[in-house]
Ligand binder design. Structure first.
Ligand code: NAP
Length: 199
């Protein structure tokens, strides 16, 4: 079993995230990709951001149609800041309980910008020991070299990542359309919960 874990705030989830997960699944022959929305934000102003439960709901709606995609609540349900070392530990423990003794290879997928700081994250050695890291980015975007072992990290360029959550929040705030940038169910949830109007 080859399992990808797609970590992100998903505030909101957009088509770039879905294309990136699909591309990573293809490149690394993943059997499944588990999206893990982060818990409540600790390093960002939260007033213009969506609550964790709504980000979780948007992620479920966006991924529902793809049988390879799953969503986990491990980061949403764990109190305190989200640390990737905990995300992987919890998901690996769940898998060991569901499929005792089954071998699994793990891949942690996220934005290449976010990965560039990984040496400052909690327990980077544990993360590198337990998963192959996949940084996704838009073509032509200059990447900082995080100084990680080349055999444990891969970078994938994904043209659809020209779409960004920041841009979508700003578009909503100024009344510009987000049709075709996010799945229609996500656009409906943004309207229903009146998200991002005041950013
Ligand atoms: P962020 O700082 O909000 O995002 C940085 C950049 O990466 C943005 O351009 C973002 O674009 C992009 N990005 C983030 N997740 C992505 C994904 N899954 N696919 C494609 N692009 C993505 O980062 P974040 O969302 O808070 O955190 C990303 C992941 O790193 C999470 O799983 C988080 O738990 C983990 N992390 C762990 C630690 C730690 O363990 N100490 C610290 C920081 C982050 P969009 O805004 O368009 O997504």
């Amino acid at each position: 079993m080859r399992i990808g874990v797609m970590g992100g705030s998903f505030d909101p989830i957009h088509l770039g995230h879905l294309v990136a997960a699909s591309e990573a699944a293809h490149r690394f022959s993943l059997d499944r990709v588990v999206f893990s929305p982060t818990g409540e934000s600790y390093h960002k102003a939260t007033d213009t951001r969506a609550p964790a439960e709504v980000r979780y709901l948007m992620t479920v709606v966006a991924t529902a149609a793809d049988p390879r995609f799953h969503v986990t609540r491990v980061d949403i349900d764990r109190p305190g800041p989200t640390y990737t070392a905990d995300t992987l530990k919890d998901l690996q423990a769940e898998f060991a309980e569901e499929s005792p003794g089954a071998p699994a290879e793990w891949f942690f997928i996220t934005g290449a910008d976010a990965l560039a700081d990984i040496l400052g994250w909690r327990d980077p050695e544990q993360i590198l020991d337990s998963a192959h890291l996949v940084g996704v980015t838009r073509p032509g975007h200059a990447l900082a070299d995080p100084g990680l072992p080349a055999d444990r990290v891969s970078l994938i360029e994904v043209p659809a990542l020209a779409i960004s959550s920041t841009d979508i929040r700003q578009r909503v705030a100024r009344g510009a359309p987000i049709t075709y940038l996010v799945p229609s169910g996500v656009a409906h949830l943004i309207g229903k919960h009146d998200l991002y109007r005041s950013s």
